[in-house]
Every structure is written in C-alpha cells, then in structure tokens.
Design a protein. Structure first.
Length: 111
C-alpha cells in the first residue's frame, strides 16, 4: 500500500468516525435536518408544492438503512451514534469492494 493510499484510508476512517456530528450538532443547537436532505413532506412545507417531476420519481429509491439508523427514529442517542458510524463504515466498505471488483475485472480484460 502506498503512502497516499494509507492517508486516503485514514481520512476515510476519520470521516466515518465524525459522521455522528450530523445528528449531535443539530440536537445541541436545536436545528432542523441537513440542508438538501428533504423528504417530500419537508419540500412541500418549504415550497408550498412538490415539483411534478420530483413527485414522479420520489419513491424510486428506498434507502437500505433509512436515516442511517438501524433502530428507527425513536432510538436513544447512543444507538443513533453507533448506527451512523456503522453506516459510514458500511458505505466505505461497499465502495471499496466495488472499486476492487472493477479493478480486478479491468485487469482480467487487459485494460
């Protein structure tokens, strides 16, 4: 592993460990959710309507771990923090696996 790759992995791990800030800071400062992560209902409250094309596609994708939380919205803060960190590691792992498979396939096909 090169020096750059080590730094990249360390940076990714640090970012995964910092993911709970996304729920801890809004809780501390009594803020709302993250900008741009609005659902259909929040968007309707903000704009007064849901754009027609967006409404058509809104249910196309369901997140495998809604809100990055394994226990649902009513779980305790420690469970939510653990869920956020685990979701971060899971996302990094899935991306790394996909990149690994792509690199193996491209080597196999001589590219």
């Amino acid at each position: 592993m090169t020096r750059f790759q080590k730094k990249l992995w360390i940076g990714l791990l640090i970012m995964a460990l910092l993911t709970p800030l996304g729920i801890l800071l809004p809780e501390k400062f009594k803020a709302e959710g993250a900008w741009g992560e609005w659902g259909k209902e929040e968007l309707e409250n903000l704009l007064g309507y849901v754009p027609k094309e967006l409404a058509k596609w809104v249910d196309l994708w369901k997140a495998p771990i809604p809100d990055y939380n394994f226990g649902g919205e009513e779980t305790s803060m420690p469970v939510q923090v653990i869920s956020y960190v685990a979701s971060g590691f899971l996302g990094i792992g899935v991306c790394a696996l996909i990149m690994f498979l792509i690199s193996r396939l491209s080597k196999r096909h001589g590219r």
